[in-house]
Design a protein around this ligand. Sequence first.
Ligand SMILES: [Zn+2]
Length: 687
Amino acid sequence: MPRRIVVQPLLAALAVLLLTPINAPAQSAVPIPLKVVDIRWIDTTTSACTDFFQYANGAWLARDTIPADYSSSGVARDMSDINELVVRSLLDDAAARRNSFPVGSTERKLGTFYGSCMDSTAAETAGIAPLKGWLAGIDSVKTRAGLIRRIATLQKDGVDLIFDYSPAVDPHDSDHYIAWLSQGGLGLPARDYYTDIGAEADSTRQAYVEHISRMFTLAGASRAAADRDAGLVMVLETELAYASMTQLEERDPAATDHPTSMEELRTLAPQVPWPLYFRTAGLTAPVSRLNVAAPAFVHRVGELLETLPLNQWRAYLRYHLLTRYAGWLSSPIVDEDFRFNTRFTGAKLLLPRWKRCLRTTDYTMGEALGETYVARTFPPEARDRARSVIRDIRAAFGERIRHLAWMSDSTKAHALTKLNAMSEKIGYPDKWRDYSRLQSSEGPFIRNLARVRRFEWERVVNRPGQPVDKTEWDITMPTVNAYYDPSKNEMVFPAGALVPQTFDPKADDGGNYGALGGSWAGHELTHGFDDQGRHYDEAGNLRDWWVPADSVHFTEQAELIVRQFNEYIQVDTIHVNGELTLGENLADFGGVLTAYDALQRALERNGRPGLIEGFTPEQRYFLGYAQTWRTNIRDERLRSLVKLDPHAPDRWRANGPLANTPAFAAAFGCKPGDPMVRPPELIPQIW
Ligand SMILES: [Zn+2]
């Protein structure tokens, strides 16, 4: 379940957020075998034409309990649990044998990183000590120039502060990187938490201020100083929030596209000594051009840097340092950090340390373990069969474009050019990341974590102006996820996602084309042509290749999807945000239609089997699709996701597209008027 679309550098955090493993109690850790279609999960008491998500998954939902240390269970967790067992054995082995590997080797660094992370005794004993140097650095800030230097230094160590500097693909020259300046630096998960009105929003803000204060106290501040500084942090962040674009505003590629010269940046935020900032951040050559993704935000940051007192800034830096490294300090801080975050996740217990260490290792040094992981889990036959499914999807999408009645020949020609130019990465990279410049040593894990964050920063900091590395992966191999990157016009499917339940090289075409074809490959491909992706051309440049009348048609039809999803309930009385989730919902709908056509191609080629477990290939196709959305999720999580997740809840990702698909109604004998059959005039005619 493609959970993620790369929207330039802004949403990288989302993958971690959604990488949530399993339904078996975590302690038992014996994952159940997964299948692309599992008929044991069908709820035969529900009609397929009334609620297909419930029909396909109801028997599983009835017996599932979300483990205390998770905010959801279902496919993503089941698959991750299996992948994590493999990764754990690799890391345990690397940690146990680390001293036998050559000094400076990647194996030794990997083993040292994970081994130092697992040393909970050292973390307890050290308390706040590993942060002492950074805290003293923050205390030493006495001038505005010193403040900028400190901000750049902390950013290099992975601390999120005020704005986000990151080199990314130039929207107008996709062969080269450009420096991006984006909004950032909030402590709550989304801007809306600062700006929403009402009792619930007030209570979250109050809890946040109390949490900041407790973190300060745990770091050694007096209660009075902690309370005062927590208030200052909240005021500062609220200023940043009001200057930030909403999640929805950021979805428009034009809203974040602002080519800016250095001269213009100086005019936009004259209070910031930009050359000093870039020099401290590690840029070796002067910056001449940037993309300022959020000009109003950067302008406001400039004003705040000049007007807010330095003690307020110091409090802000202190809190962001603490919260960034909180998970790896001693228990009182780890627990306080976890306790506050349960407000957004609903989890009742902290994940076991090995899982937290494993995820951090994979997230930060993933390509160091990727090769061994792939060798153990992903045979060449699996890659070949996955590639053939994806090939059928591409061919089917091309056919759909050629037959669109509403689209002009000119737009069709451009769309086909883009489709043909779209590249795909399947399983693992051809070239692995080089960790030779990464430092590591025994000793506090936090030091190793900061080193790997700095390594990552230094790996990319000087990229502006350099050619784009098109071989690079933005996801690690064991990850249960995939993405489409419009700036590279590519789809990426890591090995960890190409296993059951998503895909099984030994399973039938019906199941595979529904799961891998519909929910994954067809979905990612359609992202190239959704309300965001369609603004990029075949090379990944922001360029309008649409005949105006076709754009009008697209927007009108997409509006039908917005209205359809606005009617669905997210949780309690809160509705799904049809605008925020539009791109994902378009991708799901396009994926279902395209992969269905691809299945027909495969059946023609491979032959049509008889009934399998009582179902036709078409019925198994729709079951395979709907079962990829098998998820049980806590209300707290649903409440926070509506503010920050561009995906609708999984129930609607299953039912929404299928209710718009006549082939679904035909496969299950559904009639006009059934809840799973929307009237023809409400069904969008897009892809
Ligand atoms: Zn997506």
